[in-house]
Design a protein around this ligand. Structure first.
Ligand SMILES: NC(=O)C1=CN([C@@H]2O[C@H](COP(=O)(O)OP(=O)(O)OC[C@H]3O[C@@H](n4cnc5c(N)ncnc54)[C@H](OP(=O)(O)O)[C@@H]3O)[C@@H](O)[C@H]2O)C=CC1
Ligand SMILES: Nc1nc(=O)c2c([nH]1)NC[C@@H]1CN(c3ccc(C(=O)N[C@@H](CCC(=O)O)C(=O)O)cc3)C=[N+]21
Length: 309
């Protein structure tokens, strides 16, 4: 089966636009109610792979009516300094959500940093308590890329119950949460990684194939079942034939598009939706904080708006 036109490309843009429009309505309501939403991005050192993500966060937050602040720290920041900065943000009622961009320098233990973010401000869903929620089928705030990938699969209209799904890559931020989300939806999930004996043998059985490895063109046409849905999560930078930098996924799209029934383009697939879900998660976090605030103090307003006026 080939892709005669664009129609089988699973594009993230239109879904992202729908989500951002809904977030915008929520954000306006919350702001008017005295709870202005604000997302803080933390970057440590200079990482090109992070720049495109943060640039898009800033742009889409503006569209969604969410305040956005980028805090950049030098690469020689100590773990203790970063934790102290996060504790300050945890205690700051003007800040709704905190995202630490990955990777951080090797001397900083990312797991400890992730756990330092207060679970109510963990808009990436990467705190151990947040990850635990998806194991318990509480799916309203899930790791953004994983949620974006599963949401794009749903766009196909395929019934996830009993669907044979293969996930290639088992990182904590992408592959593992995808597997948990899909299990919650009733799919039969196989997870492959670098020790898997034959990724190809598993991949060829999949009705839906998720790929999050970080290796351009790892998945070729002969590894894909005819008619499958292929969700390419890879964001890799390489130099194109024109000598310019370009973004490519983990799937050899040119050949796989002749075999698959659906395929996510890179760029324009999972990436834009990841950003939209980060903003949606920010509003989920805000609503949890608002509920807690009201339950604790029995008052209608956080005071943030009054202090800012
Ligand atoms: N679109 C988006 O929003 C996002 C995209 N990404 C992109 O997704 C990709 C993966 O990111 P991330 O999960 O953070 O990366 P990691 O490097 O953390 O994980 C890569 C995974 O791939 C596995 N792997 C490595 N080589 C092979 C192989 N030859 N066959 C099968 N599995 C293999 C690794 O297994 P093992 O651990 O056993 O070595 C590991 O589980 C990257 O391209 C990244 O840029 C990431 C985040 C967000
Ligand atoms: N804590 C953390 N969480 C992440 O999820 C995370 C991270 N750190 N570090 C970096 C990687 C990479 N990543 C991207 C997300 C969206 C686009 C994105 O919007 N891509 C557009 C690119 C469009 C353009 O070129 O502007 C697209 O694919 O169409 C890119 C990259 C998230 N990551």
């Amino acid at each position: 089966m080939s892709l005669p036109d664009d129609s089988r490309y699973l594009k993230g843009g239109p879904v992202a636009q729908r989500i951002i429009a809904a977030v915008r309505r929520d954000a306006e309501e919350a702001r008017a109610d005295g709870f202005p939403p604000k997302l803080v991005s933390i970057t440590v050192g200079d990482v090109a792979a992070v720049d495109v993500y943060v640039r898009n966060q800033r742009a889409k937050a503006a569209l969604a009516g969410i305040d956005f602040e980028e805090r950049r720290f030098p690469a020689d920041l100590t773990a203790a300094e970063l934790e102290a900065a996060i504790q300050g943000m945890n205690a700051d009622p003007r800040i709704t959500g905190i995202i630490v961009q990955r990777p951080v320098p090797v001397h900083i233990p990312i797991k400890a940093i992730q756990a330092a973010i207060h679970p109510l401000k963990d808009v990436e869903g990467m705190h151990p308590a947040s990850i635990g929620n998806i194991v318990y089928n509480q799916l309203d705030l899930a790791p953004c890329t994983a949620a974006a990938s599963v949401e794009l699969l749903k766009e196909t209209g395929l019934d996830l119950k009993g669907l044979e799904v293969v996930v290639v890559g088992h990182s904590e931020i992408v592959g593992k949460p995808i597997a948990f989300l899909l299990m919650s939806e009733g799919a039969t999930v196989t997870v492959c990684h670098h020790m898997t004996r034959s990724v190809a043998a598993h991949a060829r059985r999949a009705d839906a194939l998720f790929v999050a490895v970080g290796k351009p063109r790892l998945i070729k046409a002969d590894m894909v079942k005819p008619g499958a849905a292929v969700i390419d999560i890879g964001i890799n930078t390489e130099i194109g034939p024109d000598g310019k930098e370009r973004i490519v996924g983990d799937v050899d799209t040119d050949s796989v598009k002749d075999v698959a029934s659906w395929i996510t383009p890179v760029p324009g697939g999972v990436g834009p939706l990841t950003v939209a879900i980060l903003l949606r998660n920010t509003m989920v976090a805000l609503n949890r904080q608002r509920d807690l605030y009201r339950a604790t103090y029995g008052v209608a307003d956080s005071g943030v708006r009054l202090a800012a006026e």
